[in-house]
Design a protein around this ligand. Structure first.
Ligand SMILES: *[C@@H]1O[C@H](CO)[C@@H](O)[C@H](O)[C@H]1NC(C)=O
Ligand SMILES: *[C@@H]1O[C@H](CO)[C@@H](O)[C@H](O)[C@H]1NC(C)=O
Ligand SMILES: *[C@@H]1O[C@H](CO)[C@@H](O)[C@H](O)[C@H]1NC(C)=O
Length: 435
């Protein structure tokens, strides 16, 4: 069953790749007059004042465009790259250039791999116990996300620098502590942990797919969620949450207790085995308030809640991701309602905003404008990956491209992404052994 689904995933991935490649060819050879894949600023012309408009991001038209130019990426998502800037600064301040040795994953037991980007293409150097049932979906998701972004770079004519780097798809990086220079790309880092500062934040695998079977891709789930769009005052006047407690008993347990029997809350624990209290992601959007909780570390849930036009309610977070710096808890740009980790102010804050619905509506609208319509689009995700490749290259050594163990010919290190996805198992080149 899982294999069948994965098989289908491969076929879809392949079709998407073919589609993008076809577009690429079209882009180059469709000749004058063909509509461009991406609209760039038309050349200024005094005689055609009506077309002399600066390019601007139009969500309906551009949200899924993974092939922005670098300057469109910069102009459209000015606040997206804070985590990349933080990482670059960290290594600069350290006065340390990330070496091939620093990308070793010998310290990880599993769920990690090493990649090479060369000439805008992805190559796999090594995977370490990453293609088992637990991690394979995450590995394939992340590689496909990156692959898409690289195709976008290629289509838009941007040549990205070559880099070599390590990735983990575990909930926690477990990066070595102390005086250490290992670097790894990870979904999340714990804010108070200085060692985890060495993690480079990547868009998590839930941007490819998350949620129960049938959810579809993240961006597809977003389209479905919009069916429940409406004014906050028209939505079910409650805060909603579904999930399991065990992934973070200390946080989720008290949430279930504090909301039990309350008129302003619809908070239930899901039993997956018999689908007790199960609710589709888009059904959550029928509620005025959607509540986010961390899991074992971060949780992929929040971006799915942001697909609603409801009011996001988020407890104080211990873990961050590549986009959480965009959450604004108060002031004119407030885009969610913050609550304490012990839920002691949840009751008061929900009740207050149930009465002051204009205030709640403003928060919801800013959340939609910031997240769903801009920073959580496929366009933004692709731009982030590309900037990450560039930022990382600024503080990392230029990698060796060729497999030096093969004397006769110039053979590239590792195997191509295309070959790896067909292989479908863990892979390690003899030449990369012991890294
Ligand atoms: C890089 O890729 C392009 C095609 O996209 C190809 O023409 C070029 O030869 C490649 N360069 C190297 C160094 O592999
Ligand atoms: C960390 O390692 C570097 C180089 O090995 C050394 O110069 C520095 O003193 C060390 N710092 C600490 C706090 O141990
Ligand atoms: C579902 O499973 C849970 C846990 O085993 C059980 O407590 C509950 O009664 C079940 N519900 C139904 C409707 O079968």
């Amino acid at each position: 069953m899982a294999t069948a689904r994965l098989g289908l995933g491969f076929v879809c991935g392949l079709l998407l790749t073919l589609l993008v490649l076809q577009t690429l060819v079209f882009w180059h050879y469709s000749g004058e007059g063909a509509s461009p894949l991406i609209r760039t600023r038309p050349t200024a012309s005094r005689h055609n004042a009506h077309i002399d408009q600066p390019w601007h991001f139009d969500t309906a038209r551009d949200a899924n465009n993974i092939a922005f130019t670098a300057s469109q990426c910069d102009a459209t998502f000015p606040n997206l790259y804070a985590e990349i800037d933080r990482s670059v600064k960290l290594w600069r301040d350290k006065k340390h250039t990330i070496t091939a040795e620093d990308t070793s994953i010998a310290w990880r037991r599993d769920a990690a791999f090493r990649l090479l980007i060369h000439n805008n293409t992805l190559r796999i150097l090594e995977t370490k116990d990453a293609m088992n049932d637990a991690y394979r979906p995450r590995v394939l998701a992340v590689m496909n996300q990156l692959h898409n972004a690289l195709l976008g770079a290629q289509v838009s004519g941007e040549q990205l620098p070559d880099i070599e780097f390590a990735v983990t798809v575990d909930d926690m990086s477990l990066i070595p502590n102390g005086n250490d220079t290992h670097a790894i790309w990870a979904f999340t880092r714990r804010l108070v942990d200085r060692d985890q500062d060495r993690c480079w934040m990547i868009p998590d695998f839930n941007f490819w797919q998350g949620g129960p079977p049938g959810t579809g891709s993240f961006y597809e789930a977003g389209r479905r969620a919009r069916r429940n769009d409406g004014a906050v005052a028209e939505k079910i006047p409650k805060v909603v949450w579904r999930g399991v407690a065990w992934t973070n008993e200390g946080l989720r347990g008290p949430l279930l207790e504090k909301t039990e029997g309350k008129t302003w809350a619809d908070v239930e624990e899901t039993v997956w085995e018999n689908r007790t209290n199960f609710m589709e992601l888009d059904e959550l959007c029928k509620y005025a308030f959607v509540l986010h909780t961390e899991g074992r570390s971060w949780s992929g849930r929040l971006k799915y809640l942001m697909n609603c036009d409801s009011v996001p309610v988020v407890h104080d977070l211990d873990w961050t991701t590549h986009w959480y710096h965009l959450l604004v808890p108060k002031g004119k740009q407030q885009n969610y309602i913050p609550v304490k980790r012990d839920w002691s102010d949840l009751d008061k804050k929900v009740k207050h905003h149930l009465i002051d619905t204009p205030a709640a509506q403003r928060v919801a609208e800013r959340a939609v404008g910031t997240f769903r319509d801009r920073y959580l689009t496929a366009a933004a995700e692709a731009c982030y990956w590309r900037r990450l490749v560039k930022g990382y290259s600024e503080v990392a050594v230029t990698p060796e491209i060729y497999d030096l163990s093969v004397a006769r010919e110039e053979r590239l290190r590792g195997i191509s992404f295309e070959e790896f996805v067909l292989l479908g198992t863990d892979w390690q080149s003899p030449a990369e052994n012991g890294r």
